[in-house]
Design a protein around this ligand. Sequence first.
Ligand code: ADP
Ligand code: TRP
Length: 319
Amino acid sequence: MRVLTGIQASGKLHIGNYFGAMKPMIELQEENELFTFIANYHSLTTSKNAETLRQYTLDAAVDYLSVGLDPEKTTFWVQSHVPEVLELYWILSKFTPMGLLERAHSYKDKVAKGIATNHALFSYPVLMAADILLYDTQKVPVGKDQIQHVEMTRDTAVKFNNEYGEIFVLPEHVVAEEVATIPGIDGQKMSKSYDNAIDLFMDEKALQKRCNKIISSSTPLGEALEWEECNIYNMAALFLDAEQKRELQERYKSGKEGYGHFKKYLKELIWEELGEAREKREYYLSHTDEVNDILAMGAKKAKTIADAKMEKVRAAIGL
Ligand code: ADP
Ligand code: TRP
């Protein structure tokens, strides 16, 4: 099954991204033909300057490779390294009714929030359609907010195929299995915009400091602690199997330990889970040439497919 995912590179990744997006994506590479690209043309819609966009693109590559994206199994590239996608974007524009774009939730949300819009924000779903159709994608794993974009892609592909022949594979969205929303240090959804995130890669001291900031109730030492609603417990539970969760619950109930102990324990869990990723990341950060080679190899594979597809598309429409 050919599965395609697009990564929006937007800075430092946190524990919520790790459990909510990175781990599930990486699991897909085992049983599918996974195509993953860093969507830097898309990021341009929110980019402030060249340096940041370049840096975020490299950071995303390093971080995904570090947590286990395997370039031998997965075709991994930077979107703009296969610029054919922009040619297809223009061609698909002709098959995308204005009304369809005007009904896009993500665009309407931005307008409602008073964000200054521009044509790239408006036509964003057409570029996403090009990403998907260029590579004969069968499945697109997405969050709920992106389902509509995949449905629009199907509509566009059907319209094209009806007029010019069966050129495009019709993709389906797959809503990733409901990943629980990971709480931040204040118990709200962890998000980089709420200043409540625990970043994925920090040094050990900074990580402990961040864990110490997790808001907990103030039960005096010696009394049993509530674990059900405890932010520390809920975060630790992400790393534990059923048996280990029961053990931790017992420790909460025993009254022998305070929140400080559990914050230390949580730090240990995070630190350990990311041990291998941290080592790989250090390696990649000091071997960015290798990262660029991996991305170039991915772009080459992707381009071969894109070129063949574009030849068919151009021939079909008379270009
Ligand atoms: P942020 O809210 O920090 O800006 P993004 O919107 O960039 O995060 O999210 C990138 C990916 O990580 C998305 O697939 C999103 O569903 C996932 N994700 C982000 N925060 C969480 C969270 N707290 N729990 C689960 N998944 C999350
Ligand atoms: N729009 C997606 C997001 O915001 C990223 C993306 C771009 C994408 N092109 C794609 C995802 C194609 C899947 C397929 O997360």
